[in-house]
Ligand binder design. Structure first.
Ligand code: GLU
Length: 440
């Protein structure tokens, strides 16, 4: 039975990077009929906010990424304490008192000597008296996991065979001096106790994975299958970290991005399979194949969401936009004919209201100075609504005869005068939707 999880820290809104991780784990679970856990990594009580927990749930619901179970790390502190005790009993967890400044100094010295900046384990050499003195002076220390200095190897679902020398990694701090349990051990305990079989996360977690594999082994557990996806960059290859705030799911939703546009893009970005719009997250899951993903940084361009969003709307049956049509004030009997014309022409749902306002009230005409007399004359030749499917061709036919204009010189000024825009739906289709005669 496959079990995956998405483990956000509720310290902000989820962004494209988090979402990509969530989606991959969700697809793995759904494709195999397994379980997908939403795990809230909230051991950092100071930075974790309930409003973000709510926002994460709301964002996932909006996207249609359902979860089977929700877990919270803050409710499992006793489990982490038990695991820490087990490690202590084996001599794998030791207390250390260096201040950040002292650690920084050690690192600088090591780098100056051309050595990797790995924690020197000075705390392991402290006598009981020295420890007591440090405790009296500085209070509780941090608790570090004593790595076994061997190679840590695993076959990564994306990166292939990996081998990391534990001697090149500092013993990770699992518990802070203030007693706060850190993600590294909390995640290990959760992944093993919750039976997680597959973990996909960003390649910034590769070193974590190495240390977590050893912690799991020390606690007597096998590790799940790990896969590390490449990180997203901007379209020019620049890091996204500074812009991630503006690439939150929230903001994209507010900008009118459709959930399936976002999911369809993120499901394939960085893989050798082309981006294709799918109608449901389940369809994406069916076609998901982790082995098609590569290790190169993956470019994300928000602009790619525009055509995909337009495509979602083009495909949408009237029932799927009924609430938007209603909110825009489209009368019930007009919704189907209005949508039949507009679905090809709206970039986002927000444009539904703009087009309906135009159909109902008319546009602010766009008329070039040299066309003013021509448009006035033409408008004089147009009757009152209701208009029908032949109104446009009949009208422009009469205008052509009266003015001698034809082709672009005839149609373009009239389109712009009626709609206030240079492009839009076929005018023959649009005219029957107009509720009022266009005015100059
Ligand atoms: N809370 C961690 C993060 O957001 C989870 C990482 C993981 O998937 O293990 O980075």
């Amino acid at each position: 039975m496959t079990v995956t999880r998405f483990a956000p820290s509720p310290t902000g809104h989820i962004h494209v990077g988090n979402l990509r991780t969530a989606l991959m784990n969700w697809m793995i679970a759904r494709k195999s009929g397994g379980t997908f856990i939403l795990r809230i990594d909230d051991t950092d009580a100071e930075r974790s906010k309930e409003e973000y927990v709510d926002a994460i749930r709301a964002d996932l619901e909006w996207l249609g990424l359902t979860w089977d179970r929700e877990e919270r790390q803050s409710a499992r502190l006793d489990r982490y304490a038990a695991a820490a005790d087990a490690l202590r009993a084996q001599g794998r967890l030791y207390e250390a008192w260096e201040t950040p400044t002292e650690l920084d100094l050690k690192r600088k010295k090591q780098l100056n000597m051309g050595r990797p900046p790995v924690y020197d384990r000075a705390a392991l050499d402290l006598s009981e008296d020295e420890k007591a003195a440090l405790r009296a002076e500085r209070g509780d220390g941090v608790w570090r996991f004593k790595l076994d200095r061997a190679r840590i190897e695993w076959t990564d679902g994306i990166l292939g065979d990996l081998s990391i020398d534990a001697a090149s990694v500092s013993d990770p701090v699992l518990i802070r001096a203030d007693g706060q349990v850190l993600y590294t051990i909390a995640s290990v305990v959760d992944d093993t106790e919750m039976g997680v079989t597959d973990v996909v996360r960003g390649s910034d977690h590769v070193t974590n994975t190495a240390t977590q594999i050893q912690i799991m082994a020390a606690l007597g557990h096998d590790h799940p299958r790990f896969a590390h996806h490449s990180l997203l960059t901007g379209p020019g290859g620049e890091g996204l970290s500074k812009r991630l705030g503006s690439l939150s799911v929230r903001q994209m939703r507010e900008a009118g991005v459709e959930p399936m546009a976002l999911l369809s893009l993120l499901a394939r970005l960085g893989s050798s399979q082309p981006v294709e719009l799918r109608d449901t997250p389940e369809e994406l899951a069916e076609a998901f194949d982790l082995s098609t993903f590569g290790s190169a940084p993956t470019k994300f361009d928000e602009a790619d969401l525009r055509p995909l969003t337009a495509e979602v709307l083009q495909r949408a049956p009237v029932a799927a936009v009924d609430a938007d049509l209603a909110a825009a004030g489209v009368p019930e009997e007009m919704r189907a004919p209005f949508w039949a014309v507009m679905r090809e022409n709206v970039g986002t749902r927000a444009e539904i209201a703009e087009w309906w306002a135009l159909a109902r009230d008319g546009a602010t005409p766009l008329v070039a100075d040299e066309d003013r007399d021509f448009v006035a004359e033409a408008f004089g030749m147009l009757g009152e609504p209701p208009y029908d499917a032949s109104t446009w061709s009949d009208w422009t036919g009469r205008v052509k005869e009266a003015t001698g204009r034809k082709g672009k010189g005839l149609f373009k000024p009239l389109r712009q005068a009626v709609t206030g825009r240079a492009s839009g739906p076929d005018m023959g289709d649009l005219m029957p939707l107009l509720q009022a005669k266009p005015k100059l």
